[in-house]
Write a protein that binds this ligand. Structure first.
Ligand SMILES: [Zn+2]
Length: 154
């Protein structure tokens, strides 16, 4: 799915947005600047909050998790912990690795489908034929298609 992380180089706010064109940009949720948005390599959605950059603006930043402005990641974490949340970075390492690994496998599977589709087009098949032969009824019925494409990648 067309979900991308954008890092705002104006205020250092990192967030996920849906975009549909490669060159399309979106205004920053924090400072509303569209000029400073830098698209990041796709990462699992859980990784997109402040602790993935460790940086924040001089006047605090908007915590998407909390839905409000906070002075620092430390303050955000204190609030989250009071609410019973645990910072992703504090979780056992294997949990994060498992999630990353699974995510990577999903991307690989998605890319395999897309490559198959492109190969079929290149071999002279029509788009309809290529779609039907790539995204087979068998894969749809077994749930494989849904499993592969329900995630937040591509
Ligand atoms: Zn910004």
């Amino acid at each position: 799915m067309p979900l991308y992380n954008f890092l705002c180089t104006n205020c250092n706010y990192l967030a996920e947005y849906f975009v549909f064109g490669y060159d399309e940009s979106v205004p920053c949720e924090c400072c509303f600047s569209a000029e400073h948005q830098v698209r990041q390599i796709s990462l699992p959605s859980k990784h997109s909050s402040w602790h993935s950059t460790g940086r924040y603006g001089a006047n605090g930043y908007f915590s998407k998790a909390l839905g409000k402005y906070v002075d620092s990641p430390q303050q955000a974490q204190d609030i989250l912990e009071k609410q019973g949340f645990v910072c992703e970075a504090d979780l056992p390492k294997h949990r994060w690795d498992d999630a990353t690994e699974k995510h990577r496998d999903t991307i690989t599977e998605q890319e395999a489908y897309i490559q198959t589709y492109k190969d079929k087009l290149a071999s002279g098949k029509s788009k309809e034929e290529a779609v039907a032969e790539t995204f087979t009824a068998q894969d749809a019925l077994s749930g494989k298609l849904e499993q592969t494409f329900k995630g937040d990648t591509i």
